[in-house]
Design a protein around this ligand. Structure first.
Ligand code: SOE
Length: 392
């Protein structure tokens, strides 16, 4: 079958770059698509390191200048896998060069940047350029199933959303001051890094928007050792060996949703013992649904219409071919993993490009998350005052 290639150039090759590379390598082997992803170039500042990454991750070549790469005629799609402080600049350049864009979450480090990215994506769409924000958990089959069951009315009117994203990778005060712990590179801390996921998943699963919040944030460890490669840090220039943490370690907030539900959120990197515990529970008038990323092939479902003697949460094992994405993988009972959500993500992006449709989540969805993040930070700065989420 004569399939056209979508020639991909990826900027960044750390954790997300590795996960995205796995997705680009596997998507056309797992799914029958009208287009084929070609892993043309991976871009990074260090020529030796990015050259080794190209070999390890399966890219045809490596580059060190993202501005040159996004202009190349042999690149159709730019995949942005770098810290948030570069998202807007790279996306704006790629969109104006007529390239499709996949941008890691959160969309940007500020609302203003996110708004500029939405405007550029809207302009580029007129010439068929597609853009997507990489909230990959929407493509975990159990969460896609959760959305389908909510949309089918199986839990009735939603009353509560209860979501948490629990990690513990920086509990040790000796963990160095990496880019995720500095506002100038990350924009915010746990709130924007992992809180963004539970905000997006809420809005995706329920179809409702968060309209107002009351929040608080905390930074438990305020000073950390500078990392080995800290030449760019002003603290290093002064000969210091430690630097200030300028983002939140944890964020808690209450929220109201547009459909009348109320919600509680927790995003923390200090939940000692919890490695990647993203959980969401929806309570409705006719039932409940609950998901835990550490058991990502399972969905708990409470159907209040069951006879009293049969009441209780059932555990749906999300491995049937009827379940979202699962027909592409293994027989029932054979589990998939975290990385498959990234393959599903690029599958849907490639299909949107091939069919001339807009992939979800859009940059506008990414702006929607950014506005909630901004409202939580404004609320936290005002002693938890109730804060309305700005309109897009
Ligand atoms: C944070 O450690 C992190 O890598 C997030 O940035 C990712 O979005 C999440 O999927 C896993 O944890």
């Amino acid at each position: 079958m004569n399939r056209s290639d979508v020639r991909v150039g990826m900027v960044g090759y750390a954790f997300m770059g590795s996960a995205h590379s796995q997705a680009w390598r596997t998507v056309n082997r797992a799914f029958d698509l009208p287009v084929r992803a070609r892993m043309v170039a991976v871009c990074g500042r260090d020529a030796t390191a990015v050259g080794a990454a190209a070999d390890r991750l399966g890219w045809e070549r490596s580059e060190t200048d993202w501005r040159a790469m996004v202009e190349r005629d042999d690149i159709d799609l730019v995949d942005i896998c770098v810290p948030g402080d570069l998202h807007a600049e790279i996306a704006l350049a790629a969109l104006s060069a007529g390239k499709h864009v996949l941008c890691e979450k959160p969309l940007a480090n500020t609302v203003d940047e996110a708004r500029a990215m939405v405007a550029a994506a809207d302009a580029a769409r007129k010439s068929g350029v597609r853009s997507m924000c990489g909230f990959n958990y929407r493509r975990v089959p159990a969460l896609a199933l959760m959305r389908d069951l909510v949309a089918a009315g199986r839990v009735g009117e939603i009353r509560h959303v209860r979501a948490a994203y629990l990690q513990d990778w920086i509990v040790d005060p000796q963990f160095p001051l990496v880019w995720r712990l500095r506002r100038e590179t990350a924009g915010s801390g746990a709130l924007g890094d992992i809180g963004a996921h539970i905000i997006d998943i809420t809005q995706y699963v329920t179809g409702q928007r968060i309209t107002g919040v009351s929040g608080l944030t905390e930074t438990f460890v305020k000073e950390r050792p500078l990392p080995a490669s800290s030449s760019g840090l002003s603290a290093a220039a002064s000969g210091a060996t430690t630097g200030p943490v300028t983002v939140d370690d944890a964020a808690l907030f209450l929220a109201r949703l547009s459909g009348g539900a109320i919600a509680t959120y927790e995003a923390t990197r200090f939940a000692t013992g919890r490695k990647n515990g993203m959980r969401i529970e929806i309570n409705g008038s006719a039932g409940s649904l609950a998901f835990d990323l550490e058991r990502l092939s399972e969905l708990e479902f409470y159907d209040a219409s069951r006879p009293a003697e049969e009441q209780g949460f059932t555990r749906i094992l999300v491995t049937e071919p009827q379940h979202p994405y699962m027909a592409a993988w293994w027989p029932p009972g054979h589990l998939i993993g975290y990385e498959h959500s990234f393959t599903h993500q690029v599958r849907d992006l490639l299909e949107a490009i091939a069919t001339g449709t807009d992939p979800q989540p859009s940059f506008s969805d990414g702006l929607g998350v950014q506005l909630v993040l901004d409202a939580v930070e404004r609320s936290a700065a005002a002693e938890g005052a109730w804060t309305h989420v700005e309109k897009e």
